[in-house]
Design a protein around this ligand. Structure first.
Ligand SMILES: *[C@@H]1O[C@H](CO)[C@@H](O)[C@H](O)[C@H]1NC(C)=O
Ligand SMILES: *[C@@H]1O[C@H](CO)[C@@H](O)[C@H](O)[C@H]1NC(C)=O
Ligand SMILES: *[C@@H]1O[C@H](CO)[C@@H](O)[C@H](O)[C@H]1NC(C)=O
Ligand SMILES: *[C@@H]1O[C@H](CO)[C@@H](O)[C@H](O)[C@H]1NC(C)=O
Ligand SMILES: *[C@@H]1O[C@H](CO)[C@@H](O)[C@H](O)[C@H]1NC(C)=O
Length: 432
């Protein structure tokens, strides 16, 4: 037991050493990637450079994904591609299982004596086998205000996947960028490659382009707003049971959970079955964040209680016919407007104590579901979902969320619209 964990640490250490020779002119303190929202799938797609010569890839952001995977069947050409040999430190770091040969013609994704992992499509929940490999990964460095020169991690670990695994992803997607809590997901691998803190921050938006930062702030948005200022913090919780499509034995979930204790609508507590809000010994229940859920998904009884409380609080306003997948809808002209969106009751996700809550205003609760119709953007997850509350992309937009993996805490800004900015306001005009 002790020996195994010693060995694992030794392997991790030598791996990190080998990764630390990054070829940026100066070591960046932080990195930045632009993120677009695909209008038809509502997925968030990050643009990241890989390979030699550099290819720009569009990767679907999966907050709970284990690693980066790309389609290696379609036009993969790179002089710096290196498959991970069986028994190598990379295979242990990736917890890769098995060791295999490939019977198709050799090339990226098909080499003998390599270890494999299970790339998963988080939308269709399909997974398959994929060769573990390394190649150069390039992102823009940043001082927090605009992009600087490209920084390259020369041996970034990822998985190859067959082209069919892209089905269900945004049309131009080349793969998936996993941001989960593993050694080889982007946040930890980039932090190791460039020796910065294991911290990343998302600032998603429906407008082009949102932004994801790797490393500590500042995270500055035009006009001169320091978005890392006045964050509210809540612990990130670990679900002890794997929540992915395929799991190895005793694997914990690599997704990000937070401890929602109760929910308020216009400051009034909504009566809920509290058992559903905590994670039980089988890993069922609780609240997680997901960028592949377009809207927040609530277990049926929670959905019913929250939508009823919301409709009651807006009692004076007549409802219109529901527009699927939503239930509570209004004529937009019957709702007033505020700086933070339609004037509707605020919804608070109350966290570790009464003073700490994630407040959701109209801009993040009301969805324009049809011409002139605004609906409460929470969907019914059915009576027995694995996770009771899945906070989806729409509710995260124009909020800065900072995931600090070392401190295991989430910092959240609440709506940046209050501060007269939004997540499309990172200055992507590059000096380099
Ligand atoms: C793997 O090894 C076998 C047996 O030596 C060989 O026939 C096959 O072509 C090799 N495959 C690749 C992808 O190199
Ligand atoms: C931004 O805010 C953070 C958190 O309050 C602070 O540590 C940092 O110094 C600020 N940065 C700038 C450039 O004002
Ligand atoms: C609350 O939820 C738990 C977990 O699903 C369930 O076992 C229990 O019966 C529920 N309690 C009530 C009062 O509905
Ligand atoms: C909303 O109300 C206005 C004014 O009463 C009306 O003209 C319009 O048709 C309504 N829109 C919908 C989608 O019901
Ligand atoms: C955006 O950044 C560029 C490069 O640093 C700078 O020249 C430009 O003035 C900035 N734009 C704004 C609106 O501040």
């Amino acid at each position: 037991m002790a020996m195994a964990s010693f060995l694992r640490r030794l392997l991790l250490f030598s791996f990190l050493l080998s990764l630390s020779h990054s070829s940026a002119a100066t070591r960046p303190d932080a990195l930045v990637v632009p993120v677009k929202k695909d209008p038809s799938t509502l997925q968030y797609v990050a643009r990241i450079g890989q390979r030699t010569p550099l290819a720009l890839l569009d990767l679907v952001v999966d907050l709970g994904g284990r690693f980066l995977w790309v389609d290696c069947d379609t036009d993969y050409a790179s002089s710096t591609y290196r498959p991970s040999r069986c028994g190598s430190a990379q295979c242990s770091l990736a917890r890769a299982t098995g060791c295999g040969d490939c019977s198709s013609p050799p090339g990226p994704g098909c080499n003998n004596d390599t270890c494999g992992v299970s790339p998963e499509n988080p939308v269709t929940r399909t997974s398959t086998g994929g060769e573990l490999a390394q190649d150069a990964l390039s992102l823009h460095s940043t001082d927090g205000s605009s992009p600087g020169p490209l920084a390259t991690a020369p041996r970034f670990l990822f998985s190859c996947a067959p082209a069919f695994l892209l089905q269900g992803l945004a049309a131009d997607a080349d793969g998936v960028a996993g941001f989960g809590r593993t050694n080889i997901a982007l946040p930890t691998q980039l932090a190791a490659a460039f020796s910065f803190h294991r911290v990343f921050a998302t600032c998603l938006t429906s407008i082009t382009d949102g932004v994801i930062f790797f490393g500590d702030g500042p995270y500055n948005l035009l006009p001169n707003v320091n978005a890392s200022q006045s964050l509210i913090y809540t612990p990130l919780l670990v679900n002890p049971v794997c929540t992915a499509g395929t799991c190895t034995r005793d694997e914990k979930s690599v997704e990000y959970f937070i401890g929602v204790k109760h929910i308020k609508v216009n400051d009034k507590d909504v009566a809920l079955n509290k058992t559903l809000l905590s994670i039980d010994s089988k890993g069922v229940g609780g609240t997680k964040l997901s960028t592949v859920a377009p809207y927040t998904v609530l277990e049926s009884s929670i959905h019913k209680a929250v939508t009823a409380a919301f409709a009651a609080a807006l009692g004076g306003v007549r409802r219109t016919a529901p527009v699927a997948p939503f239930e509570v809808c209004y004529n937009a002209s019957d709702l007033g407007s505020t700086r933070v969106g339609p004037a509707v009751p605020q919804i608070d996700l109350v966290l570790q104590n009464e003073g700490v809550y994630w407040r959701i205003f109209g801009a993040n609760s009301m969805v324009s579901a049809a011409d002139g119709v605004l609906c409460l953007g929470f969907v019914d997850g059915g009576p027995n979902p694995r996770t009771s509350i899945v906070i989806g992309g729409y509710q995260m937009e124009d909020n800065l969320l900072q995931f600090d993996l070392a401190a295991s805490r989430l910092g959240f800004s609440s709506s940046l619209l209050f501060r007269q900015t939004n997540c499309a306001n990172f200055n992507f005009t590059s000096t380099a």
